[in-house]
Design a protein around this ligand. Structure first.
Ligand code: ADP
Length: 573
């Protein structure tokens, strides 16, 4: 705090964060950051004390994605920071803003084997756009402003600020501290107007155009501009997993259910905030038309031409560039070669309908234990349509993408670009706090595979402590991708050393995960049939006070429906 001998580093740090607009700090306190956590609350920064830095770093990064304003993850020295590298690398891969603040051993113990001494600035550098220790206590606000700005400008990403114990406790005279004004939101970046015209020419003459909407578009909050581009021109669109909801999944122009065909045949792709990485098969044949032309919109110039050289590169922020495209479209209301009478639209429509029939048949299957589709159809019909969905697991996530439609932008959080398992509980916690503060009455539904849940399951205590009524649904198939049926388990037990006979994919069968939440005052449900699941879901939705767990038994051998191509499966093992 403040007194005659001056103001301490912890207080300067949190004041600087507050001035930049930081609202939430997630973390775990200990030596030397206890004072930082306390100072944060004293300055009105909400502190969420979690159970593992890994989950805390995921949670903080989710706030950055949902709001475009980075949250802070506060960690202790050494191992505390090492755990948070998980969230930093995940945020880096997802292009999400995040500020990690790590306590570190006193500077006069450095190189002496100090308590939890570790080369933290160096360790964090690979996962940060900016990683530094303030050069002096009075300059802390300068470093915080730079971290905030670097994290949100250009391609967003994490930044790291190192605070040695002596800087946290050390004091300077108040007048010596120069606070900086809040960093404004990133300036608008527009594309070359001539290239905008060229892009509209390509759109006008394309026979098989396709708009791909990525999570960069969701992050950019470009939903209104993209809506008018797609709807005015009647262009088919395909969301990536977290691009879902920028335009409603239920829109007639959404071709998610004909994804493979749309990618394979499109002759023009308008790529809005999505990278041609593994998730989009590198933009390469046979998954893509070898002659496809790409109009690439991205804030990062370095991204242009990664794997496929775009026909037209439109660097800039999506909101500004799509606005430019819309203005040019309105200047010359022309005839587009593509329309909904075009043969390609018929092909896509046909695929969509066939796919929907397939899914419907599997959804209605009443076999016990349930298949994923049968279970998901009950989850989907019980939850409010505006729910924020968190989803991870292997089959659980792949099928969840299809079965849980998103009608609103930034309402799906999943394993993302890095394919990270274990993000779910942290994401759900952050989402529930954000909903509590900005979207009251909206529910967070966290659908986890049983393995995915295990990574950070103890965060249910954090949810209970802060009274966050997250609905956690565990799709329990006794393992990773598939588990053992009861008789197979008996076999494994009888045929020798369990360490040699239990497959690495198997988890303890029939685990009653729902009982865990009861230790913290929440309600648990066990569902083996569609009707049990329906009742449990409805009860959990009615409970607006506590977190719930619905443990859903899934056939250990149940898989995704057969795919023309295998998609997004490599990542999840
Ligand atoms: P997805 O996983 O949905 O395919 P990616 O994470 O691969 O999406 O791609 C997101 C892209 O969006 C990144 O290349 C990033 O640079 C870009 N991006 C982020 N914010 C903006 C923005 N405001 N304007 C334009 N592009 C952005």
């Amino acid at each position: 705090g403040n007194n005659n001998d001056g103001v301490d580093g912890a207080t300067i740090l949190v004041r600087a964060l507050k001035q930049q607009g930081v609202e939430y700090m997630f973390g775990i306190v200990g030596v030397p950051v206890i004072e930082v956590g306390m100072a944060a609350q004293a300055e009105g920064i909400k502190f969420i004390a979690m159970r593992n830095e890994q989950a805390a770093s995921y949670a903080a990064s989710a706030i950055g994605y949902l709001t475009r304003k980075p949250a802070v993850c506060l960690v202790v020295s050494g191992p505390g920071l090492v755990h948070a590298l998980a969230g930093m690398s995940n945020a880096m891969e997802n292009c999400w803003p995040l500020i990690v603040v790590g306590g570190s051993c006193d500077q006069d113990q450095e190189a002496m084997g100090g308590f939890q001494e570790y080369s933290q600035v160096e360790a964090a550098r690979q996962y940060s756009k900016f990683s530094a220790r303030p050069s002096s206590i009075d300059k802390i606000p300068y470093f915080i402003e730079k971290a905030y700005r670097t994290s949100t400008y250009g391609r967003p990403g994490p930044c790291y600020i190192d605070m040695s114990g002596d800087m946290i406790m050390g004091k300077v005279q108040e007048e010596k501290v120069r606070y900086l004004p809040p960093c404004p939101p990133p300036p608008a970046v527009f594309a070359d107007p001539d290239k905008i015209k060229d892009a509209i020419d390509l759109i006008t003459y394309a026979e098989k155009p396709l708009v791909i909407v990525g999570k960069g578009a969701a992050y950019a909050q470009a939903e209104d501009e993209i809506y008018s581009l797609v709807v005015d021109t009647k262009l088919p669109f395909l969301p990536t997993p977290m691009g879902k909801g920028v335009l409603p999944d239920t829109h007639e122009l959404c071709v998610s259910a004909a994804r493979s065909r749309a990618l394979q045949e499109a002759d023009l792709i308008i790529l809005l905030g999505a990278r041609l990485n593994w998730m989009l098969h590198f933009g390469a044949p046979p998954r893509f038309n070898p002659k496809v032309k790409i109009i690439q919109v991205d804030i990062s110039l370095e991204e242009m031409g990664n794997n496929v050289m775009p026909a037209i590169a439109l660097p800039g922020d999506i909101t500004s560039v799509v606005k430019q495209l819309n203005e040019e479209l309105h200047r010359r209301p022309g005839q587009f070669k593509f329309n909904q009478k075009a043969p390609w639209w018929n092909t896509l429509k046909g695929k969509i309908e066939a796919n929907q029939k397939n899914v419907q048949a599997m959804s209605q299957d009443v076999t016990v234990p349930m298949n994923y589709y049968a279970a998901y159809s009950e989850v989907q019909s019980a939850i409010p349509q505006n729910s924020l969905i968190v989803n991870e697991g292997s089959n659980t996530m792949d099928i969840g993408r299809t079965m849980l439609p998103n009608l609103l932008p930034r309402h799906r959080l999943d394993a993302g670009t890095f394919g990270t398992m274990g993000v779910g509980l942290g994401f759900a916690l952050a989402a529930a706090i954000w909903c509590r503060d900005y979207q009251p009455n909206k529910r967070v539904v966290c659908v986890e595979g049983d393995s995915a849940f295990g990574f950070s399951g103890m965060e249910i205590e954090t949810m209970a402590r802060y009274r966050l009524p997250v609905i956690i649904v565990i799709f329990n198939n006794n393992g990773i991708t598939f588990g053992l049926k009861d008789e197979m388990w008996e076999n494994a037990e009888q045929s020798g050393d369990l360490l040699l006979t239990v497959p690495p994919t198997a988890l303890q069968p029939n685990t009653r995960y729902e009982k865990l939440i009861e230790a913290f005052g929440g309600k648990g449900y066990f569902a083996r049939t569609k009707s049990e699941l329906k009742k449990s879901m409805e009860a959990a939705v009615r409970d607006t006070k506590n977190a719930s767990i619905i443990n859903v038994m899934i056939d250990p051998m149940s898989q995704r429906k057969t795919q023309e191509f295998f998609w997004l499966t490599k990542s999840n093992l």
